[in-house]
Ligand binder design. Structure first.
Ligand code: SAM
Length: 246
């Protein structure tokens, strides 16, 4: 789910126009509306705060993780059972809470946010969630905070400004343990990563995402893939040696 919408698509040709329209209408989910509604019929989210946060994010145009991508993130946390998780980009604490509720007993989440408005909202939501003891919120720019973090992490979730992705990725690689998981959001960037026409206001971010995707998929020491879940999820595991698929 995201607050960003494609505007003025009259000059977007053929299929891309359809794709971007779908993306806009459907809160940027690159999947058919019917299928989404069908799957939504099975949704049994009981946590009222999670549902409230989803509505709040839509109403206030705050970008949070697409709820299918969030379900996938929760599964990854359950599968990999990380002891230490780092999130870069807390926003209002939605994904932080979804991570925290899947952590094992002694596991912890460190999350970084630079927007003062979002920090205030995240603190309120984390406090309401009952997971305050599992979550530590670092306030400030991840580009300044990450170089000062000393302990490594089993799982890193990158979901910050796209312009900063490459540098945040480099820091993430340094902070990720061997066999650790890296989970990155927005790698299809509302459909623009694959589009031949990109609206002016998305040109820079789209270029950054395209460059990032090349690096992400060709990085030594990472076994990586980009999946068409939500807005495009990058998933990677840190390997010990040069990444070669057999
Ligand atoms: C897409 S939102 C995060 C959504 C959140 N992960 C969720 O799914 O609920 C991105 C957030 O990252 C924050 N951010 C962007 N660049 C950052 C940086 N360099 N350091 C810290 N926070 C950053 C923004 O202020 C924004 O709140």
């Amino acid at each position: 789910m995201t607050a960003i919408e494609a505007k003025g698509d009259s000059d977007i040709p053929g299929n891309e126009k359809v794709l971007l329209k779908k993306v806009t209408i459907m809160d940027n989910k690159m999947i058919d509306v019917k299928q989404l509604h069908y799957l939504d019929g099975f949704r049994n989210e009981e946590n009222k705060l999670i549902l409230e946060m989803e509505s709040f994010a839509v109403e206030n145009r705050i970008p949070i993780l697409d709820r299918n991508a969030a379900a996938f993130l929760e599964l990854q946390i359950r599968f990999s059972k990380p002891k230490r998780v780092l999130e870069i980009g807390t926003a209002i604490g939605y994904s932080s809470i979804r991570i925290a509720r899947n952590l094992s007993n002694k596991a912890m989440l460190h999350t970084i946010e630079k927007s003062e408005d979002n920090i205030k909202l995240a603190e309120e939501n984390i406090s309401k969630s009952g997971f305050s003891e599992k979550i530590t919120l670092y306030k400030g720019d991840a580009l300044e905070i990450m170089p000062n973090l000393s302990s490594k992490y089993d799982f890193i979730f990158l979901d910050a400004d796209k312009e900063d992705y490459k540098r945040l990725f480099d820091y993430s690689l340094m902070l990720l343990k061997k066999k650790g998981t890296l989970f990155v959001d927005n790698l299809l960037w509302h459909g623009f990563a694959a589009a031949s026409h990109v609206p002016k206001q998305y040109k820079t971010s789209t270029r950054m995402i395209r460059e990032f995707n090349k690096v992400f998929l060709n990085q030594q020491n990472l076994y990586s893939a980009i999946l068409t879940i939500g807005d495009g999820i990058g998933l990677a595991v840190k390997t010990g040696k040069r990444n070669k698929k057999k």
